[in-house]
Design a protein around this ligand. Structure first.
Ligand code: ATP
Length: 143
């Protein structure tokens, strides 16, 4: 019986409808999957999952790279991961002032009576802004 070969790395592709953000060989990936965060190492079982609004990171050697992602899908294979996100930003590309403004706007909408607005939409906007702020802060503290 043939012994399965475990790949040494993962090829990671992160793509949005607008552009390709990342195409790299990496050692580990963490993804905000629909049911919770999934850690992926080379040799992972094949899996297709939708994405929630969240933080994702990948590791190359001793360095982690963070992104904010929202919606879309991830396809995991033993030797590659493809993230097809509706929205994705690298930590260093996040406009903090814009995310702060989005957070304030969403919080203000949520503080008004529900009949005035779309609460679900405001909640999602708030979640996106908070994830952007969280991811951006990690980029600034990366060692
Ligand atoms: P805003 O209310 O500030 O427009 P949003 O959550 O409505 O934010 P999205 O619809 O999620 O924005 O994204 C629209 C585009 O703007 C995407 O390309 C996304 O990557 C980009 N974008 C949104 N907010 C930021 C940010 N704070 N920094 C960098 N890019 C952002």
């Amino acid at each position: 019986m043939a012994i399965p070969v475990i790949p040494s790395q993962l090829t990671l592709e992160i793509v949005t409808p607008d552009h390709a953000l990342t195409h790299a060989d990496v050692d580990e990936v963490e993804i905000p999957a629909e049911g919770g965060y999934i850690g992926v190492l080379p040799g992972h079982t094949p899996l297709l999952t939708s994405l929630q609004i969240g933080e994702m990171w990948y590791r190359k050697g001793g360095e982690r790279f963070y992104l904010a992602v929202a919606y879309g899908f991830a396809e995991i294979q033993p030797d590659h991961v493809v993230v097809l996100a509706q929205v994705a930003e690298r930590a260093e590309d996040i406009d903090v002032a814009r995310a702060e403004a989005a957070r304030r706007r969403a919080e203000s909408r949520l503080s008004k009576p529900p009949a005035d607005h779309d609460t679900a939409r405001a909640r999602l906007a708030l979640m996106k802004s908070l994830i952007r702020l969280q991811v951006s802060a990690k980029a600034r503290t990366r060692v």
